[in-house]
Design a binder for this molecule. Sequence first.
Ligand code: KG4
Ligand code: ZN
Length: 341
Amino acid sequence: DLPTPVMAIESSCDDTACAIVTTGGQILAETTLSQSGHVPFGGVVPEIAARAHLGALPALVRDTLRAADMQPHELGAIAASCGPGLIGGLIVGADMGKGMAIALDRPFIAVNHIEAHALTARLPGVASNGAPFPYLLLLVSGGHCQCIAVEGIGHYRRLGGTIDDAAGEAFDKVAKMLGLGWPGGPAVEQLAREGDPHAVLLPRPLLGRAGCDFSFSGLKTAVAQKLPAEVRTALPRQQAADIAASFQQAVSDIVIDRLGHALDMMEQRPTTLVVAGGVAANGVLRARLQEFATAHDLPFAAPPLRLCTDNAVMVAWAAIETMRARTALGLPIPNDIAMRP
Ligand code: KG4
Ligand code: ZN
């Protein structure tokens, strides 16, 4: 019998999150706090992030317990994202989780943040077919951009990924050039609605090339070249909207092309196309992904946005899947109390 429920902590970037999830996948409580201290800097500042996690996490853990109407001793196990991510925040979350695990005498499960994104689609109710293995995952966020063959618990094959910027990073930089706020993705998408996606000629780096690596820095530079410093402040709205729409179109074209290659690189035909990460919020990209999936006769699973971006539910679920896979092999429940982020 697996220890249940699992409390999980996520603190690898700029979201402080906590959740309590049963081994059956029922979410008893979930809380997420997005840090606002980075806004004046136009990007995540690691030191600010770590300090904000340190300040917010204890109360967030307490609030999550309250929301689930539970006492700490009713928890079966504690999990935390232990990497990859910004080390300061990871240490805060991992140590809080370990402290609780020691005090409560429960197992502590160290979760890989990417694995947590990868397994979210298997949370009951997210994908209508349950996302059986193997499936093809496109992870597109501010920090990550990769195609992964998810073949089983602990069996992930990275088919390709960005050789420079992540997709979200490119959105954020373009937003900055257009004088929009941070995070830039939603602002670019909104402005793009008024623009013509074919108005501005932009490159599509690596399009048609073998493999499924991504590159966005050349696209970002091309946008910068269309926007010399002296024009940026006085850009007519229509022109800005055309640039936003054309940029968004270029990103979508790149993603769809790379995904086609990723599909060919799967050893077995995937059961599902899954998308995760903050950029998955983009309506244009989502529509193109749906179109791609339909054309290849694949079910398409896009978790609800709050589970696409960084959250603790996915961390709890990855811990649960790991425990279940291990016990199925006759192995003991892991206790990663000594693991360093
Ligand atoms: O997954 P996420 O919340 O955080 C991590 O990076 O881990 O992703 C945030 C990224 C940001 O770069 C943000 O600009 C981008 O996702 N994003 C979007 C949209 N909403 C968020 N990009 C394009 N269109 C959107 N609607
Ligand atoms: Zn993430």
